[in-house]
Design a protein around this ligand. Structure first.
Ligand code: FMN
Length: 321
C-alpha cells in the first residue's frame, strides 16, 4: 500500500488517478477505474445537455463503490456544453470531487466548489497555471508533461522537469502525469515530489476499455516514436497517434487551411468510428509516448495493482534498510 496526501484527500486506495478520456470515460469505465482502487473521472463534456449528464451520474453512482470525480473540460471545443448548468447538476447529484482541465483556471465556478465542499483538482501543462490554480484555492494540481496523450500546452516541458518545478512552486499536493504506464513511473513521480500519478494512455490497452479489439492490438504495437503533435497552429497543441488521419491534419495546418477545416478533420465523430468499428485509420486519436512501453492487455485492477506493487519493489530496492 502506498499512502500519500492525495490518497488521504481523495479517500482512494492507491495514488493512481485514471485520466479523463472523453467518450471513453462514461459511467461504466469510470466505475471500473474507481472500483479497481484508482480514481475514475467521468468526462462531463460528453454530454451536451445537463439532463443527460444527470442520467450518466445516476448510472455511475449505481455502479461505483469507491470515490469518483467528474471532469469539466475548459479547453476550446467546437460545441461546448453549458458548464454552469453542468456544474449545477453535479452539485445536485452530490459530486464530491471535480477535476477541471484547460488553459484557464475556472474562476467563475470556484465559489460553488467551496460552498458545496467539493474537492477541486486542476489539470494543466505548466507551472504558471499550477501556481494560478493553487492561488485560487485548488486542493490538488495535476501537471502533465510533454510526453502525455492529450494537450501538451505551449512550453514543451517533459514530466521529469515539470513535476519537481511544480512541487517547488506550490504548497498543495501535485500529481504527475505524462508517460506514466507502470510502477517505474509511479516510483519516479514520488521521487520527484509528486503525491500520485495520472495515467491516461495506458488505460486504453486494458480489457475493460471500451474501444474495439483491433484498435487495442494496433496500439499494443506502437513504439514511443508513433505519436505527433497536431493543432498547434490553433493554439490547441495535442499529442496524438501518428496515423493517416493525424498526417492529414498536419498537412492541412502546413497548407494554412482554415480553422473550420482543421476542426472538422479532427472531429470526434471519426474517433468514435475508430473506437466502435476498429478502423485504425479513420480518425485522430489522443495517445501519449508511454504507450510504446506497454506489452499486454490487463484488467484495470490488474494494472493498478501491478503499478503499485512494482513501485513498492523499486522503493525497497533503493532503500533496502
Ligand atoms: C484517448 C484519450 C482521451 C483523452 N481525453 C481527455 C479529455 O477529454 N479531457 C482531458 O482533460 N484529458 C484528456 N486526456 C488526457 C488524460 O486525461 C491524461 O491527462 C493523459 O492521458 C496523461 O498522460 P498519458 O497519456 O501519458 O498517461 C485524454 C487522453 C487520452 C489517451
Amino acid at each position: 500500500m502506498i499512502k500519500t496526501k492525495v490518497t488521504e484527500i481523495l479517500g482512494i486506495k492507491n495514488p493512481v488517478i485514471c485520466g479523463t478520456m472523453m467518450a471513453l470515460t462514461g459511467p461504466e469505465f469510470t466505475a471500473v477505474c474507481s472500483n479497481a482502487g484508482g480514481l475514475g473521472i467521468l468526462a462531463s463534456a460528453i454530454y451536451r445537455k445537463a439532463e443527460l449528464l444527470r442520467e450518466a451520474l445516476q448510472k455511475l453512482k449505481s455502479l461505483v463503490k469507491e470515490p469518483f470525480a467528474v471532469n469539466m473540460n475548459l479547453f476550446p471545443m467546437l460545441k461546448p456544453p453549458n458548464q454552469m448548468k453542468h456544474l449545477k447538476v453535479m452539485i445536485d447529484e452530490g459530486v464530491k470531487i471535480i477535476e477541471t482541465s484547460g488553459h484557464e483556471a475556472p474562476e467563475k465556478f470556484l465559489h460553488l466548489f467551496k460552498e458545496h465542499n467539493i474537492t477541486w483538482m486542476h489539470k494543466c501543462a505548466g507551472v504558471r497555471y499550477a501556481k494560478k490554480a493553487a492561488s485560487l484555492g485548488a486542493d490538488i494540481v495535476e501537471v502533465v508533461g510533454w510526453e502525455n496523450g492529450g494537450h501538451v500546452g505551449k512550453f514543451d516541458i517533459g514530466t521529469f522537469v515539470l513535476t519537481p518545478a511544480t512541487v517547488d512552486a506550490i504548497d498543495i499536493p501535485v500529481i504527475a502525469g505524462g508517460g506514466v504506464v507502470d510502477g517505474r513511473g509511479l516510483a519516479a513521480a514520488l521521487a520527484l515530489g509528486a503525491e500520485g500519478v495520472l495515467i491516461g494512455s495506458r488505460l486504453l490497452i486494458t480489457k475493460e476499455c471500451p474501444i474495439h479489439d483491433n484498435l487495442k492490438k494496433a496500439l499494443l504495437n506502437c513504439t514511443p516514436y508513433d505519436t505527433t503533435i497536431v493543432l498547434r497552429s490553433v493554439n490547441n497543441a495535442l499529442r496524438v497517434w501518428h496515423n493517416p488521419a493525424a498526417q492529414n491534419i498536419l498537412e492541412l495546418e502546413e497548407s494554412g487551411a482554415p480553422d473550420t477545416e482543421l476542426f472538422k478533420a479532427a472531429s470526434g465523430m471519426f474517433t468514435r468510428k475508430m473506437y466502435e468499428e476498429g478502423d485504425v485509420d479513420a480518425g485522430m486519436m489522443t495517445i501519449g509516448q508511454g504507450l510504446g512501453l506497454c506489452e499486454d492487455i490487463p484488467t484495470v485492477k490488474e494494472l493498478i495493482e501491478r503499478v503499485v506493487k512494482q513501485a513498492e519493489e523499486i522503493m525497497r530496492k533503493l532503500n533496502p534498510s
